[in-house]
Ligand binder design. Structure first.
Ligand code: DX5
Ligand code: ZN
Length: 219
């Protein structure tokens, strides 16, 4: 499976969003990671479906939409219509996870699940045959720029083993930088989210550096 880079727009300059997102595209990223927070499921607020629809007009990259919201079922259709290509929902959210997966897929969108740091990896087991991706949080969701939680590495290894030969991506989100990248790749992550590191400095140089580290990692 080709490894993918999905820069998190949470770390972009929202006053210069078009400029910053064009740099993600020009820098050679594979996807754009869109963090949706409602101030309820997590203690921070970002953007909603109308803003995602606006971004869709300027950026052609696949949108990897990470929903950190309560009652995801209520909003899934609007995010699909806004242009999401893959939507991940937290298994900790209040709505039934399988119902969310089924709804996303019924709208011709790819579906994934997210595990927060305190959720046992076994929580992913019931959904493995129904999803395109498992997203493993490397930090507590809500904010960019936090430090990678070291226990995440074992969790990635365990989930990679659980996935087996299924075509399911394993994405990692939070605390991934030049120092932690090889660890997460070697543990089995194939989709890498990074916000503060990739947006800190020249996007293309940073993405090139990520690719070099990913290629050098022994996975
Ligand atoms: C945190 C978000 C992440 C965050 C990652 O809740 O889901 O996508 O932006 O940021 P960094 O890479 O700075 O840890
Ligand atoms: Zn995210």
């Amino acid at each position: 499976m080709k490894r993918l880079i999905s820069p998190s727009m949470l770390s972009a300059d929202f006053a210069n969003l078009e400029r910053d997102l064009k740099s993600v595209e020009a820098g050679g990223a594979d996807w754009l990671h869109v963090d949706v927070m409602d101030g309820h499921f997590v203690p921070n607020i970002t953007i909603g479906p109308d803003q995602v629809a606006n971004l869709r007009k300027t950026i052609a990259l696949p949108f990897d939409v990470h929903l950190m919201i309560s009652e995801p079922l209520k909003y899934i259709e609007r995010f699909v219509k806004a242009g999401a290509d893959i939507i991940t929902v937290h298994v900790e959210a209040d709505d039934d996870t399988k119902a969310c997966i089924d709804l996303i897929k019924s709208l011709d969108c790819k579906a994934g699940i997210v595990l927060s740091p305190d959720t046992p990896i076994e929580a992913a087991a019931p959904y493995l045959d129904d999803i395109s991706m498992i997203l493993v949080m490397g930090v507590y969701p809500g904010f960019g720029g936090q430090k990678y939680i070291p226990e995440t590495t074992q969790r990635l290894k365990g989930l990679r083993a659980m996935i087996g030969d299924r075509k399911v991506h394993l994405e990692v989100d939070g605390g991934v930088n030049f120092d932690t990248l090889s660890t997460v790749v070697e543990a089995g992550a194939d989709v890498i989210v990074s916000g503060s590191c990739l947006f800190g400095g020249d996007m293309k140089e940073n993405i090139d550096r990520f690719r070099a580290i990913m290629e050098g990692a022994e996975a």
